[in-house]
Design a protein around this ligand. Sequence first.
Ligand code: ADP
Ligand code: MG
Length: 699
Amino acid sequence: MSKAVSIIYQPVEKLETIGPRRAAALNKIGIYKIIDLFYYFPRRYLDRSDIGKIATLKTGQVTTVIGRVVNYEFKRGKRNRFQLYVTDGTSYLTCIWFSKFTYWQRIFKPGEWLALNGKISRYNGFQMVHPEFDRLGDNAEGELVHTGKIIPLYPSSEALTNAGFDSRGFRRIFVKILKIYKDKVEETIPQDIINRQKLIPLSSALENIHFPASVEMLEKAKQRLKFDELFFMELLIALRKNNVTNSSGGIRFKKVGDRVRSLIEKLPFELTDAQKKVIHEIHDDMKSSKPMNRLLQGDVGSGKTIVALITMLIAVENGYQAALMAPTEILAEQHYLTLYETLHHIGVKIILLVGAQNKTERQKVLDDIANQNADIIVGTHALIQENVDFHNLGLVVIDEQHRFGVMQRAKLREKSLNPDVLVMTATPIPRTLSMTVYGDLDVSILNEMPTGRKPIITQWRPNQSRAKIYRFVRDHVAKGAQTYIVFPLVEETEKSDLKAASDSYEKMKGGYFSQFKLGLLHGRMKSEEKESVMATFKAGDIQILISTTVIEVGVDVPNATIMVVEHAERFGITQLHQLRGRVGRGDLQSYCILIGYGRLSAEARKRLDTMASTNDGFKLAEIDLELRGPGEFFGTKQHGLPDLKIANVVKDIQLLRQARKEAFTLVEHDPQLSHEEMLGTRHYFLRNYRDKYDLAWVG
Ligand code: ADP
Ligand code: MG
């Protein structure tokens, strides 16, 4: 980097008007270097570009007037005020302030030129109350900052305002630094892409985003800066993907193995076509010498577990260990039992590792893992702890991957050299967007439910209908249906909500549901207690399970057919869909009843209506995305993706596609970004995305 360029990477304190106190206020909002200021974008704009002559003003019009100060006076009255008289040669304008009299008296000088912007009223001639203004000096040609053009308004806060950074303060700084440092900004996108995409130069975009020369230039500036964000995000994804695909030394799982074939033959059900197809896709990856990095996307109940199980058995048949990581103990336990029941009798050694095991148990488990006394290891995030040493881990499966952060997945992967990785999720992402969020993974989709499933009947009801709902539950349980009743658990008020579940349990047990066998399940129970409750429920010896959201993901009890969600208005669509997914897992007719409390917000109502209208996870995802916006919806941080400040992956989907195409082509031709014309791109990437790239080895 040349010396001339580097000035903008110096701390903001280098600027004349910024001392330690003001710098601290900027640091607080993530602005450290001069260049960071350039990227502090306006929150919106006011168009003050329209300049009017005083003689032709109209009441109610908002406009800018450029005129010379004639004089001023302080007036007493019902409200004291400071009056400033201005003329532009066509007529006179009176400007009025109701406070800070001495201040105004001090700063305005008769004879100086001002640009004033405000709403025109009429009272003995034209007036503006509390106008925005620029002092232009002793002629009309002075610089317009706050008036006379399209004016940026910046996000501010009390702390910023106190340090002089209200919108005016920011404008004053930006005018100065843009002028001095604009040309020091290094171009970030190679010229041929700029030409092809018809983008304006970066320095011009940064100038116009703050001080648009016109509405058209503002649009062009936005377009350019959005493109940059999307381009670098896609570049990150393309480089990650390139890194995985081109790394050699993945494991070749050569054989399928007899035990795999006979297992598939002996399953109590026929695999769906979708399951067969997906197993083939996975197996092809496993056979190749490149490490697998695949996402299995399938709606709740589509049968992902059996796919994982077969995949793991293939690894075992090839002499490797396989690990399965699940987000909750209940789910890990359940997977353990399923695997044990299915694979134990054919000689596969399965082992469970969860946080709750005591020291002796834990040591035995760790020894077994290290000595290859375990073929398949099932666990929670306990699996990624340092003292877990795998013997020869060949395959990693992560269930409900959206529940894990990027770091956790990376750590499990690091437990071995280039293991194959399969991540599974039931949170569908609108198809148009999965290419970005899962851009560096190959994707398999289970788009078919096992045969014989009946669509779940979903309705939502107000709290007042509770008696009726409970009668419905009672009638069905009497006929053999098992039921979940779920209470929300919101973090801040964890205790009181927990109380809601356990209080209701006590009440129902002694009251309305006294003739049935009830169970209680929540996250604070000891592992053994949880296990025993789940086992009893699975065996049918608990008829109604009162629970918190610990059962939200993965739990599989096909005989359970009724799901009642209390305070359903507090849940998001994705969560409700997951909860609903606990029923409808066999061929019995299932019901999901959502109870809303109090007066519902329009949004809550929309969520519940939506839930009642469809069982299709993809449709629900589209609507959820619309309601919550992309940031919330994806958890960009979890996916190791950068936050987007100006672009929006939904609204700017077209631009995203172009940016993606350019980024992927670029990486194909120059994965090191080493070509001469790539220098600026490389610099910018390393400066802003390096930490995210270092997480390259994750799903
Ligand atoms: P999810 O995709 O939500 O993890 P599971 O793997 O838990 O779903 O499967 C849901 C239920 O469907 C389980 O009880 C499982 O045994 C059953 N199942 C899976 N595949 C099939 C199939 N092809 N035919 C019938 N039932 C199946
Ligand atoms: Mg599952």
